[in-house]
Design a binder for this molecule. Structure first.
Ligand code: SF4
Ligand code: SF4
Length: 129
């Protein structure tokens, strides 16, 4: 397992239990296009062993399957519960990670998918003064 993968596991784990440090302002609204369920970027997740490990420690990952890789070799996943018209077929029982998307604060650099109705406005140092 790579260092990046171990790091991403720790961040994922921490996100459930500690106040997160990096905060963003989210603007805009959801266009209900379903792209975020079809193009799930997983930082540091780069091979099948790592995906199986994530599915073991976080069972909600079992709904995701591999559709490709980004330029850095990280898996791009899609969800088996997404319908052809871009809707969630388990909307009322979707996991917390889906309910909270887009998160207002995360451990990684935030970036929205091209065409998403939301924008991320990063807080500058002066915003904290
Ligand atoms: S990609 Fe953005 S606009 Fe499309 S469904 Fe996801 S959150 Fe909504
Ligand atoms: S469970 Fe629903 S909201 Fe979550 S990724 Fe799958 S289709 Fe999207």
């Amino acid at each position: 397992m790579s260092f990046d993968f171990i790091k991403s596991c720790i961040f994922e784990f921490m996100s459930y239990f500690v106040p997160q440090k990096v905060k963003y302002k989210i603007e805009g609204k959801c266009l209900k296009c379903g792209k975020c369920c079809r193009q799930i970027r997983c930082f540091g997740l780069r091979n099948n062993t790592e995906l199986k490990f994530m599915q073991f420690i976080l069972p909600h990952y079992k709904r995701f399957f591999i559709t490709g890789k980004d330029n850095e070799g990280n898996f791009i996943l899609s969800c088996k519960y997404l319908t052809d018209d871009g809707k969630c077929s388990v909307y009322n029982i979707r996991p917390k990670v889906c309910r909270n998307y887009p998160a207002k604060s995360i451990s990684f650099n935030a970036q929205m998918i091209d065409g998403c109705g939301f924008n991320i406005v990063k807080k500058e140092f002066k915003d904290y003064l």
